[in-house]
Design a protein around this ligand. Structure first.
Ligand SMILES: *Cc1c(COP(=O)(O)O)cnc(C)c1O
Ligand code: SF4
Length: 433
């Protein structure tokens, strides 16, 4: 057995012997993966050794919500662990039958101006071009499209959307999403990109795709050639957990990056998946290593069937507090909450402005150090007193308030001490001369 299949088997776990004898040439083949999607309650039940009750619940769920899982993505599941984060994201759960939620929490339909086209922000639009994905996330906000799709899927619908864009010169960029646009037949994707980029006022196009995560073998040479033809193009992918960054996924991103396509990532904050600081840190750092820049971290929207995957907003704030300043800004996404009813994305972060008065502010950094900052003319008065309150900083009685035991300031003191020794030594030698 070669190294490649060894690695795969380590990932699968015992129960997944059904794929053990699949040759690598098949396993790495897009068509094979698509032909062998896991899509019935019986298959899942067998692969995960589910009880009869759990299987019955899957059968009921299947009537309500679509499911399909690529063998590749399924192989990332730790089948021994019922709480496995990959499993939570992709395997339907009986909890989907509880907890309520909305069909279209972001009211994308209400802002729909043409087939698949949601025009919410002044200068950019969302263009949903398919309801199809190779695997279906349980927290997807577009589940409404799983039954009756409002994507622009025919030529006529695409043309109608493009007519809208032609008439709206204020639109600078188009975010192509789905479903997953990279699952489209290449000629259709080519048609869409050509039509859109042909409009003189469209400056660039973005594609949102989870295929580098769910099915990296999708990033074929043919697809790469097509994407290359339509520069400037940006791709935002959708990694939620560090274990999704496999060698295959890394290679897919590498190929896209080598074409000069800037890669961003959108993560959904999910209970039991990535709602802890360590996992999120590992995710954002691993993303940078494969040249993917964390872009948004989304609060999980109140979509139907996903209540068990939602966290409190505070969780997101806590994660942002743990990232900003503690690691490079390149690794820090913007945490956003989508306003109910289609108000759009609202960024949330811990507060860094602690207090303010006319002409002066008190700001804090990630260490918790407080700084008096002139918000007007720079005054020459230098309050040198030790601060005993935020008000001292606001009234310039003091300049800063530094927390104790900060490695940064301990380092600074050590350096200052060293320097004064050096100066002393220097002046002594000078005197001798
Ligand atoms: C997220 C989104 C966009 C793109 O927003 P950016 O902040 O530019 O990434 C555009 N339209 C809709 C409806 C969206 O939800
Ligand atoms: S890949 Fe995106 S569109 Fe497809 S199911 Fe997952 S969240 Fe929904």
């Amino acid at each position: 057995m070669n190294e490649e299949s060894d690695r795969r088997i380590q990932r699968w776990g015992k129960a997944l012997s059904i794929w053990r004898d699949v040759p690598d040439s098949d396993w790495n083949d897009l068509q094979w993966q698509m032909k062998n999607l896991v899509r019935t309650a019986e298959q899942i039940s067998k692969l995960l050794c589910l009880s009869e009750t759990e299987t019955a619940s899957l059968r009921r769920l299947q009537k309500q919500f679509r499911f399909a899982i690529s063998p590749y993505y399924f192989s990332l599941i730790d089948t021994e662990n019922p709480a496995d984060p990959i499993r939570r994201m992709i395997v339907p759960s009986s909890l989907e039958e509880t907890g309520g939620g909305e069909v279209d929490p972001l009211a994308e339909h209400a802002d729909k101006v043409a087939p698949g086209l949601t025009h919410r922000y002044p200068d950019r639009v969302l263009f949903v071009v398919t309801a199809f994905c190779s695997s279906y996330c349980r927290f997807c906000i577009r589940k409404r499209n799983w039954k009756v799709s409002d994507a622009a899927s025919t030529r006529a619908e695409i043309d109608e959307a493009v007519r809208y864009l032609r008439a709206h010169e204020e639109v600078r960029d188009v975010l192509i999403s789905g479903g997953d646009p990279l699952t489209l037949p290449l000629d259709q994707l080519d048609y869409i990109l050509t039509q859109i980029l042909d409009l003189p006022h469209i400056e660039f196009v973005r594609i949102g795709s989870r295929e580098p995560v769910m099915l990296p073998m999708r990033i074929t040479d043919d697809l790469l050639r097509l994407l290359d033809k339509h520069a400037p193009l940006w791709i935002n992918t959708h990694f939620n957990h560090p274990r999704e960054i496999t060698e295959e996924a890394a290679e897919a991103c590498e190929k896209l990056a080598r074409l000069g396509i800037p890669l961003g990532n959108q993560t959904v904050l999910l209970a039991g998946v990535n709602d802890d600081v360590e996992t999120m840190k590992k995710l954002v750092h691993s993303l940078l290593r494969i040249r993917v820049r964390p872009y948004y971290l989304y609060q999980c929207d109140p979509v139907i069937g996903a209540a068990h995957l939602r966290t409190s907003i505070w969780k997101g704030i806590e994660i942002m507090e743990a990232l900003r300043g503690h690691t490079t800004g390149l690794a820090v996404p913007t945490f956003v909450v989508d306003a109910p009813g289609g108000g759009g994305k609202i960024p949330l972060a811990p507060n860094y402005m602690v207090s303010a008065a006319p002409g002066r502010m008190v700001l804090r950094n990630y260490e918790g150090a407080l700084f008096s900052y002139s918000d007007g003319e720079i005054s020459s008065a230098k309050g040198g007193a030790p601060a005993s309150s935020v008000y001292d900083l606001l009234t310039e009685r003091a300049q800063h308030l530094i927390p104790q035991a900060q490695p940064h300031y301990e380092r600074r003191e050590a350096v200052a001490l060293e320097r004064s020794f050096a100066e002393l030594a220097h002046s002594l030698t000078d005197n001798e001369e």
